[in-house]
Structure formats: structure tokens, C-alpha cells
Design a protein around this ligand. Sequence first.
Ligand code: BV8
Length: 263
Amino acid sequence: MDTNNASAALRELARQVADKARECRKIAVLTGAGVSAESGIPTFREAQTGLWERYDPVMLASVDGFRADPANVWKWYDERRQTMSKSRPNPGHEALATWEKLVKGQGGAFTVITQNIDNLHRQAGSESIIEMHGNIWYVRPVDAPFNEAFLLDECPLVEIPPRDERGRMLRPHVVWFGEMLDPDNLEAAFSLAVQAELFLSIGTSTAVYPAAALPFEAKRRGAVVVEINPHETELTRFADFSLAAPSGVALPLILDQLRADGA
Ligand code: BV8
């Protein structure tokens, strides 16, 4: 599906969302791997391809998985870094970046809270971003705190596992299953959810906590909740608007409506 052959029903939903969005000055967006699918990055739950077929991603993206075999986990991240290095933002990422500028230009607030580690929202031009699960291009010494993270964007990695100049083994600066999230990010994300007038949940299976709690918290506090996902999730029946479409199609349709009326 692309915007040209989007159904009349989808266009009507996009118009309704744009009409609601026009009244809102505090907008927050939660994104998951689905928004990067049209950039060619497999979602987290898609069957691991090739070498990784026999691995459960939840096990690879875990403290225990890393401790058991750091080199193997790094090989998985190095492959994902190579895939992501060839990926570019898609029309969904670009629409969110443009929407942020529109809202801020009218004195409003617009923040993307992403579960993705692929850096594509930043590449698309989004500025207010909370990376709940970190960023695949950053690393930190294994036992170091979050603030010791630094950019290591060599691709492919020269040494696996990579080490810093003191010989300390490095780990990806991402949040693994069974790990606490950066408390500052968590607090900022929930604060945005409770204040949001409009909360969009896009391209996420709404399966991983605490990120998955954000749209429900926003709804509980009175936000209008919009879901964009080709498939149903736990959130679908609670959403005020549910656009069953790829984000690369639905978001440009909403933006077109916002701009059509000189929003
Ligand atoms: C925590 C970074 C406190 C790494 C990720 C037992 C022990 C410990 C914890 C738990 C436990 N049981 C439960 C938990 C909590 C656990 C959890 O939620 N587990 C789940 C599996 C039940 N959470 C945690 O561990 C979190 N930490 O709770 O700390 C704590 C600490 C210690 C002990 C107890 C508690 C940390 C979670 C963060 C994990 N890191 N990523 C990396 O990427 O390598 S999570 C990873 O999976 C993604 O970031 C994403 O958030 C999540 C889901 O991935 P996917 O399903 O692929 O992606 P997504 O959800 O986005 O789904 C794709 C969707 O897109 C689909 O719905 C599809 O329909 C849609 N789609 C497809 N194409 C499109 C599309 N949509 C739009 N357009 C399209 N074109």
C-alpha cells in the first residue's frame, strides 16, 4: 500500500486524526521497530534470519546472554549495525520530523519516545527524542554507568568484542531484557505521557514494559490515543483511533491533512 492507493477509510481516519491533532499543543509519540520496517530493518520479533534463526532475540538482548557469550552477542549487534548503516529514514520517520517542526512552530510540544536503537528518527531530523532502549552506535565499558557511553561507529567492528584504550570490554549502550532503563529517560517519558493531549503509539507490539505502559497511562490521564499498526495489539481496543496501515503510509496522510488546512 502507498499513499496513492490508500483506502478512502484510511484517508478519512487520517483526516479525523489531523482534526484532533490541530487542537492539541502537547503531543507525544511512542515508536517501535515497526516504524523502521519500511527502512529495511527487521522488527525485533520477526524470525531471526540466517545464522540467528536458532537464537531467541530476547535471550541475545539480555544480560545473561551477553555474560554467557559476549562475542556471540556482539556478532549479532555487529550484523544489525551493518544492516542499519545501509538503512535510511522512511516517509514515516520524515513525517514525524516535519510534524514536530509544525507543532513547535505554533508554540506546542512534540516528542518522539522510541524503543528503537537504530538512530533513524535523528537522521530524519526529529529533535525531541527519548531513546528508551539506547542507541546501537553507542557503547560503554561493561560495568560503567550510562553517562560513560560514547560513540563507536566503526562498521563492521574491527575487534569483537571491542575494548576501550584501557582494555576494558565494551558493551552496546542499549537496554537489555532484565535491565533497568535509564531513570532519567523513564521519568521524562512517563511525564510526557501523563501530560499529553494526543499520544500516538506507532509500530510497536505493545509487548515490552515499561515502554508499553506509556499509551495506557496517557489514555488514563485523558489523552486522545492513536495507534498506527497493520496488526492488532493489546492497545488497539483502548485506542480512540486505530489506523491499520504501515506508518510510512499513515503518517504522511495525516501530515498532508495538517498542511492542507494551513495548520
Ligand atoms: C525492566 C533494545 C525492570 C535491545 C529492547 C522477567 C525478568 C526481567 C524483566 C521482565 C521479566 N518479565 C517481564 C519483564 C519485563 C521485560 C519485558 O517487558 N519482557 C517482555 C518480553 C514481556 N522488560 C524488561 O526487561 C525491561 N526492563 O523491566 O527493568 C526490571 C529489571 C530487572 C528485573 C525485573 C525488572 C527492558 C526491556 C528493554 C529490552 N530491550 N530493545 C535491542 O534492540 O537489541 S526491547 C525490543 O523488543 C525493542 O526495543 C522493542 O521495544 C521490543 C519489541 O520488539 P518488536 O516486537 O519487534 O518490535 P515492536 O514491539 O516494535 O513490534 C513490531 C510491531 O510493528 C508489530 O506490532 C508489527 O505489527 C508492527 N509493524 C510492522 N511493520 C510495520 C508495523 N507498524 C507500522 N508500520 C509498519 N510498516
